[in-house]
Write a protein that binds this ligand. Sequence first.
Ligand code: 5GP
Length: 214
Amino acid sequence: MKPFLLVLSSPSGGGKTTIARRLLQGREDLGYSVSATTRPIRPGEKDGVDYHFLTRDEFRRRVEVGEFIEWATYNGEWYGTLREEVDRLFAEGRIVILDIEVNGARQVRTSAPDSVHVFVLPPSAAVLVERLGRRATETPAKRRERVQLAAAELAAVTEYDYVIINDDLIAAVSNVAAIIEAEGRRVSRQRRLIGGIERLRQEVIEEAARIAGG
Ligand code: 5GP
């Protein structure tokens, strides 16, 4: 199967990162593209695992030399998907998961029309705000900005191919897995099968001739 990009977007606090991490457990056919960002590292995060944490100068330099397949600003910080990261995972034959916001997703839709875009909705405004509130590392002003941004991001849901509601993590993960399963079976992604299908067709023709002759 021809591997593809699976874009997961949701308002901050929507739970897409948790879904992506859970989905990846024990699946060799999937890979997570570790983004670059200029935002400060949070407690518990690891450089190179959660993000590649870059200075603004370094991020700008990489933009200038074309190292990103998409990048966007979010809440005053820069975030981007590294071409190298995606190419490496594709070379390993994996479907690549991008956990990115809506402006970056638009760029991916344009440059990779066969990418699959999934929007993850929080079950309610109260849950979204509560999840954001758990990030004690952020100032109330930053949190308020994220909630305001969430309202703007929700308006983009109609641009996506699929929408799921994250009210139950296990159900949400299995919904995304089902989307991956179905998308992987698109004829356009099954180039290797085409030869096999032609062989099958010839056999059926021979079989038809045999029945007619017998
Ligand atoms: P956070 O700071 O909470 O980790 O991420 C803030 C937002 O940036 C989230 O919506 C997240 O999906 C998005 N984001 C993370 N990496 C990228 C990226 O590489 N590109 C874009 N466009 N957005 C990203």
